[in-house]
Design a protein around this ligand. Sequence first.
Ligand code: TXA
Ligand code: MG
Length: 326
Amino acid sequence: MALDLKMTRLKKASPAAIADAARCLRLGGLVAMPTETVYGLAADATSDKAVAAVYAAKERPAINPLIAHVLDIEAAREHGLFGPEAETLARAFWPGPLTLVLPVAPTSRISLLARAGLDTVAVRSPSHEAARALIEAAGVPLAAPSANRSGAVSPTTAAHVAADLTDRVDWILDAGPCRHGVESTIVACLGDWPQLLRPGAITREAIESALGAPIDAMSAARTAPNAPGQLPSHYAPKAELRLGAASVSPDEAALDFGGALRGARLSARLDLSPSGDLVEAAAHLFSYLRALDAAGAERIAVAPIPAHGLGAAINDRLRRAAAPRG
Ligand code: TXA
Ligand code: MG
C-alpha cells in the first residue's frame, strides 16, 4: 500500500477544529481523535479508499478488521443485527467503552475492507464528547483503530499519536490524556450467548451483572472465536518485559504496582498506582510503558497485577507486550 505523506495539523479539539477535521474525513482524510479509552485513527468507514489509508498509515495487516464508531444504538442498527443480549449490553454500557461484534445487517454501508471481508461487524458508541462531536459532524460511521503503528503501544495522549503517526495523518485532535487508558471491551453477540473477545475498560464483572449470568460458564461449551487482531505480540514497547517480578535486578527498570518493587536500586521506576488502584493503573499503563522506553530501559520488571476487575485488561495487554516479537 502506498503511503502518502501529509502535513499533520495538531490542534486542541475545539468546535472549530472538529468541524475542519470532519470536513477532512468527508473528503477521505485521516483524523486522530480522542476517545475515553485510547486515541483512535478515524476514517470514513463507508469509504474503501479512506479505510485502505488507515491500514497503510498503521502498517496494519488487512486481515485485522476495524471498529465502526457510531453515535448510538439507532445508528448501530443500520450496520449490525442486535439480538436480545446485544440490546441489553448496548443499553447498559453505551455510550462507553464496549464494542459489540454483530452479524452484519443487510443495510450496512461499512466498507468490506473495514470488516476484513467478514460477515460480522464491530460497532461501538464512544462517550468522549470530542469523538461524538466528530462522528456527528462527519455524518458517517468512523472506522477507528488505536492511533499507533500496528503492534506498538497504544496512544493515550495526542503526543503519543504525533510520535507514531506524524506525516501519516491529516489531523490530530488533542483533548488531553484518555480517561480509561485501555481499549474497549469486545463482546461478540453472534450465537446463543455473548462471548468476551477482548478484556477492556468495562470489566467482565460489570458485563455479567448486566446479563445476569456468567459470561464464561455460558460459553464454555463453545469454541471462542478470537478477535483477529488479538495477535500474541502486540502493545509492545522497545524494551523487553519480565512479568510478575518480585524483585528487580540492577540492569532493569521497574513498572511497579502498589509500591511492591519500592526500594530496589533502579535506573527507573514508575508506579502504575502507588495506592494499588486498578482504575488508575489502567489509565497509566501505556504512557508509562512509553516513558520507560523513552528513558532508554532495555528490560522492564513488572510487578504482579491483581487479576480481578480492570486487572484482566491490564494483564492481557502486559502478556501481549511481553510475548516474543513476530
Ligand atoms: O477502545 C477501542 O476499542 C479503540 C478506540 C479507538 O475506540 N479502538 C481499538 O481498535 O482498540 P483496534 O483496531 O486497535 O482494535 C480492534 C479490535 C481488533 O482486535 C480487531 O481484530 C477486533 O477489534 N475486531 C474488529 N472487528 C471484528 C470482527 N468483526 N470480529 C472480531 N473481532 C473484530
Ligand atoms: Mg490497537
